[in-house]
Design a protein. Structure first.
Length: 81
């Protein structure tokens, strides 16, 4: 399973509880649409740090890094290098 698939699976299964929203596109805004909130971001950060063995600093916690699945994937892949 790719990085993007793991991230998307976590978001859909653990953060978005409305199963009708399972067709979220990789470029759909998660923040602006209200699909995830600040508490979900905290849960997502914990997941990303554990799953991908990365450290996410306060400076990394900007909306651009968590805007959509594409942005999150890109951010994680850069941190993992």
């Amino acid at each position: 399973m790719s990085t993007k698939e793991r991230i998307k699976k976590f978001i859909l299964e653990e953060l978005i509880y409305d199963k009708q929203l399972s067709d979220v596109e990789d470029t759909d805004s998660l923040l602006e649409s209200g699909l995830i909130d600040s508490l979900n971001i905290a849960e997502l950060i914990i997941y990303l740090e554990k799953k991908f063995l990365i450290q996410i600093s306060d400076l990394d916690m900007i909306p651009e890094n968590f805007e959509n699945i594409e942005a999150i994937t890109s951010f994680v892949e850069k941190k993992a290098m």
